[in-house]
Structures are given as structure tokens and as C-alpha cells.
Ligand binder design. Structure first.
Ligand code: PMT
Length: 411
């Protein structure tokens, strides 16, 4: 029997050049045994015909709220109740805005308002429209209302622009649908090692080099991992946070101490997540006594040497003792470019990139957005997770890590 036999998907198609991808999405869902019914907005019909989607889904396509013939078959409230999942692909900026405001001015928005089913959207739009504060506000509102997301991807756009906003490929959208129905991964027998917070590199007995990491993201990951039932070892730089329940904590100060704790704990673990903001350089020879200001010297020269790359060393462990390795990247510009580079250079399986140039920042804040990039058997795949409380983002990242461990893939 196909894996998702009988699951009922209401596919909403709105007006975007990516509407053609909805045809392939229907095929993939049907191949997995799902029933698919399609609702198209007026604009969507300019990009692909209802007849095409009707032929592929094997069901009449609905386009209008006020169609007595169609309502006689299955009324819109009945259709809203019928769905096990509402999938919108592609989702335009306009549709997101209308849904964020609870409007019900056409059949698709009415169904979304009248249904209690889980909701998943694959946004598709020009990159400037995607980045616009109004769209980002709507994204946040819809996330709070329970919408889940697949994509958008970044890259070449139909309009000639390059950037985020391209609809995810049909395979990724179908996989995101399957994931909704797959039982959440638990990890009773799993050992997850996480680094969190900053490191401190002493210059003398009273001064050090460090950064603004508060440890909140790493601690949220440890909390989320422990909630799945995993054994969690948290290697923590100096932070002011309580240890999450069920987590074993190892306090360290410097990168060298974090390096040796990570080596000891990560060998043979299942997953290693490097969320710590490790200071890249340390003083070659920290002064034994407090460095004094001399009357006639206006500058001080420090010789710094490179710290070990903790995560790269874990990723280079022999395969028998190597965990799945997930890194973080905090970037102020060219986030995706640098994240791709770090994934390859450090030999990681997945990287979670955060844009720390955002208003409000990431260091110390309670919210974060992330762009995930991971290796697949055929290359790489990516996903954007919108700004949300670090606790919620952490649960998503842990779930994806467990999927990657269990299935070698994640939507
Ligand atoms: O702690 P918060 O205030 O909640 O903030 C969270 C965060 C911004 C610190 C976190 O989300 C984050 O992005 N952490 C990584 C920050 C970083 O400094 O990244 P990086 O680009 O320097 O390092 C890339 C990866 O290599 C990271 O997984 C890092 O842990 C690891 N690394 C870096 C240097 C080094 N010597 N050893 C390492 O293992």
C-alpha cells in the first residue's frame, strides 16, 4: 500500500509563474496514495488551466465561491472539513497578506478560514517582495497562526532577479507534505551533544577576548533535544542561564577547553550541534600578571594565534565514531554564500545560518530566523525558517536533525 494512502490534501494554487509546478506536486502526492482536490484563485488560471490540474488530480477543480453547480457537489464548508491538510503552492504575497488579515474574499481564503486542518505554504514571489517588511510581517503573523512553510529557495528568478523567493521544487514540497503525516521522530536512544554560548580567551588574569553570545539559542536546542527523549550533553561557555531539565551540562571557558570537552563527548554520539560562538583567536602568551598601562605608550600590540576549529575536527572523525554534524553560521552579509562555504570547508552535514545584521540582532535576542542548508544524496537542499521564538526554532532544527539522522533527508 502506498505510504500515505487515503490522506486528503486540499491544494490551493495562486497566481504565480511557479503555478506550473503544482502539476508535478499533484503527481507526487497521488503516487504516495494521497487524494488531492485543487482550488485555484482567479489569477492562477492565467498561468495554468483548471483542466490540466483536473486531469492530474482526477477531481473537479474548484475556482469560485459562488458556483451553485460546484456547491451542489461538495459545499465549501464540507470541502474545508474534508481536508487533512491544506497546501498552498505557490503562495503569492497578496494571498499571504489576505490570509494574515483573516480575509475570506474568495474560495481559497474562505476554505483556509473555515478549516482546522494543518496548513502548509510554499511561497513564491520576487525577492524584493519577499524581503519587504510587509511580507515579513505577514509571514510572522501566519507562523503565529500555525502556518508551516516550505521554502522559498534562493537563486535565479523568472523576473531576472537573484535572491530568495523562488518556489521550492515539487519534490521538496511533496516531502514537506509527507513530513506532516510522518510520526515525529523521538530519540530515546540518541545522544546529542550541543555547544552553546561564547568562549573567553584570556589576555591576562583580568581581561579576555569574547563576543555577545548569550547562549539562548544553544540552550533552546538543548531543551528541545531533551524533550524528544534524547540524552543531551550541553558544553556551555560562560552564560547566565539555568540548565534545561534533563540536560547534562559541562561548563568551559576557553575554546581549548570547549575543544577537549567536545572531543571527549562527541565521539560515538549520534548528533553534534555547534551553536557556540567560538572566539577564533587567542593570545599567544596570556600575561601572567595584569598588563600595565605605561605612561609613554599609546598602543598595545597583542599577538593572537588561531584557535582549533572544534566542529571541523568533529566532522573529520573516522566514520565509526563520527556523529551527524550540524554547524551554525552567524553572518552580517552574503549569508547564503558564506553558509555554503562553511558547510563544505568544515565538512558539515547541515548548517543553520543566521543573519545577524537584522534589526534587533540575534545575539541575546529571544527570536531568531534561520536558513538551513544540508547535504542530500544528489547535492544540497535548503529551507528558510521565519523569525520566531528561539524555543520554537530550536524544536524545528532538532526535528530536522533527527529526520536527517533517521532518513538521510529532511524537507
Ligand atoms: O547565543 P545567542 O545570543 O542565542 O546567539 C546565538 C548565535 C548567534 C551565537 C548562534 O545562533 C550562532 O550563530 N552561533 C555560531 C556563531 C558563529 O560564530 O559562527 P562562526 O561562523 O564563527 O562559526 C561557524 C561554526 O563553526 C559554528 O558552528 C561554530 O560553533 C563553529 N566553530 C567556529 C570556530 C571555531 N574555532 N570552532 C568551531 O567549532
Amino acid at each position: 500500500m502506498p505510504p500515505f494512502a487515503g490522506k486528503r490534501i486540499l491544494l490551493g494554487v495562486s497566481a504565480g509563474i511557479a503555478a506550473y509546478k503544482s502539476a508535478l506536486i499533484i503527481r507526487l502526492l497521488k503516487q504516495a496514495g494521497m487524494e488531492v482536490r485543487v482550488v485555484m484563485t482567479d489569477g492562477a488560471q492565467a498561468f495554468i488551466t483548471p483542466l490540466t490540474l483536473q486531469a492530474l488530480s482526477g477531481e473537479p477543480v474548484r475556482t469560485s465561491l459562488l458556483d451553485p453547480g460546484a456547491e451542489a457537489g461538495m459545499g465549501h464548508i464540507e470541502l474545508a472539513r474534508w481536508a487533512d491538510l491544506i497546501l498552498i503552492a505557490p503562495g503569492t504575497a497578496d494571498l499571504m497578506a489576505r490570509l494574515a488579515h483573516g480575509m475570506a474574499d474568495d474560495l481559497l481564503t474562505t476554505l483556509c478560514l473555515a478549516s482546522e486542518a494543518p496548513r502548509l505554504m510554499a511561497p513564491a514571489m520576487n525577492q524584493v517582495m519577499w524581503r519587504h517588511p510587509a511580507t515579513q510581517r505577514n509571514l510572522e503573523q501566519l507562523s503565529r497562526d500555525g502556518w508551516q512553510w516550505v521554502g522559498p529557495d534562493a537563486g535565479d528568478q523568472a523576473c531576472g532577479d537573484i535572491g530568495p523567493g523562488r518556489m521550492s521544487e515539487p519534490e521538496a514540497v511533496a516531502e514537506a507534505v509527507f513530513k506532516v503525516f510522518r510520526p515525529a521522530q523521538t530519540s530515546r536512544s540518541c545522544h546529542i551533544v550541543i555547544t552553546a554560548g561564547p568562549t573567553r580567551e584570556p589576555l591576562d588574569p583580568v581581561r579576555y577576548l569574547s563576543n555577545h553570545s548569550s547562549g539562548k539559542m544553544g540552550y533552546a536546542l538543548a531543551h528541545a533535544a531533551a524533550r524528544t527523549g534524547a540524552r543531551v550533553s550541553l558544553i556551555s561557555g560562560p552564560v547566565n542561564l539555568p540548565t534545561p531539565a534533563g540536560v547534562e551540562r559541562f561548563d568551559v571557558d576557553s575554546a581549548a577547553q570547549m575543544h577537549s570537552a567536545a572531543h571527549r563527548l562527541a565521539q560515538g554520539a549520534d548528533i553534534f550541534i555547534g551553536c557556540a560562538a567560538v572566539v577564533d583567536f587567542r593570545a599567544e602568551a596570556p600575561a601572567e600578571h595584569k598588563i600595565k598601562k605605561h605612561q609613554n605608550e599609546d598602543s598595545l600590540t597583542l599577538i593572537l594565534v588561531k584557535n582549533p576549529d572544534i566542529i571541523a575536527d568533529i566532522a573529520a572523525l573516522p566514520s565509526a565514531s563520527r556523529p551527524l554534524v550540524i554547524g551554525f553560521a552567524a553572518e552580517t552579509r552574503d549569508v547564503e554564500h558564506y553558509a555554503r562555504d562553511k558547510l563544505a570547508r568544515k565538512g558539515l552535514d547541515m548548517i543553520v545560518a543566521n543573519d545577524i545584521s537584522q534589526a534587533g540582532g540575534v545575539f541575546g535576542s529571544d527570536d531568531n530566523a534561520a536558513w538551513l542548508l544540508w547535504k542530500t544524496p544528489d547535492g544540497q537542499a535548503s529551507e528558510s525558517l521565519p523569525s520566531q521564538p528561539k524555543a520554537r526554532l530550536a524544536s524545528d532544527i532538532i526535528q530536522r536533525a533527527l529526520d536527517l539522522l533517521a532518513f538521510g533527508e529532511t524537507p
